[in-house]
Write a protein that binds this ligand. Structure first.
Ligand code: FE2
Length: 213
C-alpha cells in the first residue's frame, strides 16, 4: 500500500511569497519526504515513520539538515553534497533508479546544472513530483507573486521560467522532457503553486513548448 500526501509552508523568494510544498510518500508505513519543509514531525505520526528524504535539487535543501538529524536517510541531487558539505547524504541520485521499490522512481535531469533536479514518479497514484521544473501559480496567489512570476515567464498557467530558457541545455532538455512525457502520470505536483490534479502530462508539455516538443 503506498499513498501520497502533501504539506505546504510559506516561503519568500526575493521578497515574494511563493510557498513551498513537501510531498510525503507512504511506502508500507515508511515515509519518503520529497523536498522537506519545516514541519512539526508530530503531523507525520498518523501517516507512518519518516525514513528517507529526497533533497531533489541544488536549490531545495534548506530543511534537509533538520530531517537528517532526526535519523532519516538522505538522497540528494547531484552537486548538492558539494554545495552543502555540512550535510551527510546516504546516496547521490545520479542515474534513474528505484532504491525504495517499484512504487517510486527517481529520475535525475542533466539538462539544467543550476538545479540538477531529480524528478520523482509515484506509480500507484500516477503522479509526477517536481520542484522547479514547472510553476503553477493561479489567480488565488498574491498579486505581487503573480506580477513577479509573469515577469520571469512563469505565469499564468503551468510554466517554466526564463531561467530554464536561458540556462538549459536544450538538446539534453528535449530528450529528458520527452522521456518524462512518456511516463504514465496524470497528476503533476510542483513545489511552488497549485497541484495539477489531472492533465499533468499536457501541462508539462505546454510548459516546455518552447523546446519544440
Ligand atoms: Fe524552488
Amino acid at each position: 500500500m503506498t499513498a501520497l500526501h502533501t504539506f505546504e509552508a510559506p516561503l519568500r523568494f526575493f521578497g515574494v511569497e511563493i510557498g513551498s510544498r513537501m510531498t510525503v510518500i507512504d511506502i508500507d508505513g515508511d515515509l519518503l519526504l520529497h523536498s522537506p519543509i519545516a514541519l512539526d514531525p508530530a503531523r507525520l505520526v498518523p501517516l507512518g515513520t519518516p525514513r528517507w528524504l529526497l533533497a531533489p535539487s541544488r536549490m531545495h535543501h534548506l530543511h534537509a539538515g533538520t530531517w537528517l538529524e532526526r535519523g532519516l536517510e538522505g538522497f540528494a541531487a547531484p552537486g548538492l553534497a558539494e554545495k552543502r558539505p555540512d550535510l551527510t547524504f546516504h546516496r547521490i541520485v545520479d542515474a534513474a533508479c528505484e532504491p525504495l521499490g517499484d512504487a517510486v522512481r527517481f529520475i535525475p535531469l542533466r539538462c539544467f546544472s543550476l538545479t540538477n533536479e531529480v524528478v520523482l514518479l509515484h506509480r500507484p497514484s500516477r503522479t509526477l513530483v517536481v520542484t522547479d521544473l514547472v510553476f503553477h501559480f493561479t489567480a488565488a496567489d498574491p498579486l505581487a507573486t503573480r506580477a513577479v512570476m509573469f515577469c520571469s515567464g512563469a505565469y499564468p498557467g503551468c510554466r517554466s521560467s526564463m531561467l530554464e530558457r536561458i540556462g538549459m541545455n536544450r538538446a539534453v532538455a528535449r530528450e529528458e522532457i520527452d522521456g518524462l512525457l512518456a511516463l504514465d502520470f496524470d497528476r503533476l505536483i510542483p513545489s511552488h503553486g497549485a497541484i495539477i490534479e489531472t492533465g499533468g502530462r499536457e501541462a508539462l508539455r505546454g510548459a516546455y513548448r518552447w523546446l519544440g516538443l
